[in-house]
Design a binder for this molecule. Structure first.
Ligand code: CTP
Length: 207
């Protein structure tokens, strides 16, 4: 199969040197890319800024902003069999990016934020015969929130994890079906989960 994987954080610039982002390490997405390649698949990795080596054998598209993530994914997805979306996307961007460097005034400032595009929801709308696997990082009401995202983004399944996954080498995930059933529970190193998840997708999702 040819698999599109999104990974890492996106950045939304306030001015030319400052940005909003999050603490995603990108590790889960990179482990999935490695596991998919090891299993004989072709991988296209669309990655935000991370401190990880490029997985050998993957085609990588490096992006920074959510808009760049969207552009790359919309271009690549039609030529793939499915997508695994692990990217921790910045949901808001400053309404305008100030050119140069904002100078401090001694007074509080207010940032006006605008919602960014939901990339996975757009891929879900265009999926046709392709499969879509989403990730949901939840700190409250995890199952209901994950199921809302699965439906909104037309996912074939969603991988639910909690905030302890951020920056950790390990993770515990529960995979939920569109019928809200638990399809699998996996825990261990992210590299081990990645291997299991690729096997799971081959057996249960990409049929
Ligand atoms: N996602 C995406 N584009 C966005 C937001 C999220 O493609 N703008 C993808 C993520 O890569 C993940 C899934 O959608 O696979 C769920 O992401 P998450 O951050 O958990 O949820 P959000 O939809 O952003 O909702 P919220 O932040 O309100 O929890």
């Amino acid at each position: 199969m040819k698999i599109l994987i999104t990974a890492g954080p996106t950045r939304e610039y306030i001015d030319d040197v400052r940005f909003l982002s999050n603490a995603s390490s990108g590790r889960m997405g990179y482990c999935l890319a490695e596991a998919a390649i090891a299993a004989g698949h072709e991988v296209v990795l669309v990655s935000g800024p991370v401190d990880l080596p490029v997985p050998e054998g993957a085609r990588v598209s490096l992006i920074e902003t959510t808009s760049e993530l969207r552009q790359s994914c919309l271009e690549l997805f039609p030529r793939c069999d499915g997508v695994i979306a692990t990217a921790a996307v910045c949901d808001y961007r400053p309404h305008e990016r100030i050119s140069g460097k904002l100078t401090k005034t001694g007074r509080p400032i207010t940032l006006e934020l605008t919602e960014t595009s939901d990339v996975l929801a757009e891929l879900g709308e265009q999926k046709e015969h392709r499969w879509v696997v989403g990730f949901a990082l939840e700190s409250q009401d995890p199952r209901n929130n994950a199921m809302r995202k699965l439906r909104m983004k037309q996912c074939d399944c969603i991988v639910l994890n909690d905030t302890s996954a951020i920056s950790s080498l390990e993770n515990t995930v529960e995979i939920l079906s569109p019928e809200a059933e638990t399809m699998a529970v996996m825990n261990g190193l992210k590299s081990e989960i990645a291997e299991k998840l690729i096997g799971f997708i081959e057996r249960e999702i990409a049929r």
